[in-house]
Every structure is written in C-alpha cells, then in structure tokens.
Write a protein that binds this ligand. Structure first.
Ligand code: SF4
Ligand code: SF4
Length: 290
C-alpha cells in the first residue's frame, strides 16, 4: 500500500489551520496524525491524546566544563558571544539555557577542559486519540523548535503508519516559512495551504506557495472564513487560477467553530453546520487528488 502524506500549512498563525486539521483527522480513515507545529502545538486540545510512549529528543548541544581540568583562566567566558559562561563561587559554569552549542569555547580553551554534549531538548510522543494514533512533540522550557524535531516527529509517524498499515499521514505543519515548516513539507504528496481573506492573507499565501514550488511540492489552497471579505477571497481565487493552484475548499465563518474549540472537539464532530459541510467537501476533494 502506498503511503500518502498531506501537510496542512499556513503562511502565518491564526488562519484556522488547527480547526481544519482537527476536522480532517476526524474524517480521514486509516491514518496517523503528526503534529509538526512543535513550537505552538494545539491540536491536542481538540484530539485529546493519551500518551502511549515518550522518547527523548536530543537535538541540541551544550558546553560542559570539566572542573578538574579547568584552571579558571576565564577565556571561555570572554569568547562566548551568548554570555553563557559565568564565573561563579564554584568555578566557571555554563548556563544550559543560554548556551547555543556553537563550540567556540571548546576551541578557545587551552586546557581542553570543555566538551560539547548532546542534551535532551524535548520528547517525541506517540498517543492514542479517538481518531487513531497521533505523533507529537513536547519541547523543554527554553528550547526552540527545530527542523530536526519536526523530522523526528515525521520519522516516528512513518514508523507508526508502517506498523499499523495506515494509508495516510496527516501532518499539521508549522506556520510561517522557516526551517520547521520546510521540514514538515519535504517529500509530502500535497501541501494544503490554509489562508484567510485579509490584507496580509494573499501576501503570506504567495510566500508559502513560493516555498512549496521551490521544493517541488504540489499544493492546493483552502480559504478559511472566505465570506468575511468576498472581494479579498476573489483576489485569492484569481491568483490561484493564474498560478494553476486548485482551490480545494472555501470554508465560511461560523461561531460554531469557537464553540467546538471550547468544547475540545473537532468541528465536524461537534455539529453538522455549514463549516462541517464545507470541510467534508474539502476532504472529498483532497482524497480525490492526493
Ligand atoms: S577557558 Fe578552559 S581553563 Fe579557562 S576558564 Fe574556561 S574552561 Fe577553564
Ligand atoms: S558552546 Fe558557544 S554558546 Fe555554548 S558556552 Fe560555548 S561559546 Fe558559549
């Protein structure tokens, strides 16, 4: 069975991407859900996963000083651009929060008293939800999301999909166009770009479409809350038309979405209103083209 991967992304946060991923998680059969929005994960609020396994993720390095070898010369503290090394009553120490793992102090220490060690930056989790298995991540406080953590979440999702004989991986990508979003896009079969009809919506959409094109990834667009500004929605549709990008769905505005969010449920499960119906149509379209 060919495994298909769909990543839902948006040019920036707040476009309703999670609402759509939560609803698609409910509608798609035989899939694994991968929450690659590792910086600000909120899919768990809708899908309420119960954690089954938790694996350490070691994505970053930290400098460690060997007190026995250190002569206390202080050069490392002068070298460090991140002010991560401090002279304390118990000797020179590295702040693991400030250390960026650049290694400059390692080269600068004439006593070879500093080494870089991998540190635990977070965890990848495999959980059970009402809608199937979900792979997600937990970052430790002070750690920044990296493409590496997204790659780790995707690798785990592929393993789970293989074990469970799933056909699809549904990926909630990071917002924006940075490294984590690129990691959540590489090699997928389709990028569904969620946009909204605001002034900046089209600008953000164009930027993210450029990214998908650069990596040779097929994309489709979903306009969320399209009826809040039909003129802007029309402009987005014209752009998609000119660029040959299909508009896979147009979701109307409905306060029911917020009520579903508060109730902690995907909107298609919470009610059968206009939004649910539009997302069902969206999913039918995506299942046909993916
Ligand atoms: S440069 Fe090396 S010897 Fe000097 S204070 Fe730092 S760790 Fe110690
Ligand atoms: S590895 Fe880089 S950031 Fe960390 S303490 Fe050394 S010089 Fe500073």
């Amino acid at each position: 069975m060919m495994l298909k991967q769909l990543t839902v992304i948006s040019g920036k946060g707040g476009t309703g991407k999670t609402t759509i991923v939560g609803a698609l998680a409910c509608l798609a059969d035989n899939k694994v859900i991968a929450d690659c929005d590792v910086d600000a994960p909120d899919l768990h609020l809708l899908l309420q996963p119960e954690v089954i396994t938790r694996e350490e993720f070691r994505g970053a390095k930290v400098a460690v000083i060997d007190d026995d070898a250190c002569t206390g010369c202080g050069s490392c503290a002068d070298i460090c651009r991140f002010s991560a090394i401090e002279d304390t009553p118990s000797g020179f120490t590295v702040s693991s929060v400030r250390c960026e793992g650049c290694g400059a102090c390692v080269f600068g220490c004439e006593q070879d008293a500093i080494a870089l060690r991998e540190r635990i930056s977070g965890y990848t989790l495999v959980s059970q939800t009402r809608y199937g298995k979900m792979v997600h991540a937990e970052l430790k406080v002070g750690e920044e999301a990296s493409g590496k953590l997204v790659t780790a979440v995707r690798a785990t999702a592929e393993r789970v999909a293989d074990e469970e004989g799933c056909e699809t991986i549904l990926i909630d990508g990071s917002p924006g166009i940075g490294c984590p979003v690129i990691a959540s896009l590489t090699g997928v079969d389709l990028a569904l770009v969620v946009t909204e009809p605001t002034m900046s919506g089209l600008h953000d959409l164009k930027r993210i479409i450029e990214v998908t094109r650069h990596f040779g990834i097929r994309s489709a667009v979903c306009i969320n809350k399209y009826d809040l500004n039909e003129a802007n929605s029309m402009e987005i549709m014209d752009y998609c038309d000119c660029e040959g990008i299909p508009v896979a769905g147009k979701i109307p505005y409905d306060p029911e979405v917020t009520r579903a969010m508060v109730a902690g449920m995907p909107v298609v499960e919470y009610s059968d209103g206009v939004v649910s119906s539009a997302i069902r149509t969206l999913w039918q379209y995506i299942s046909r083209i993916i």
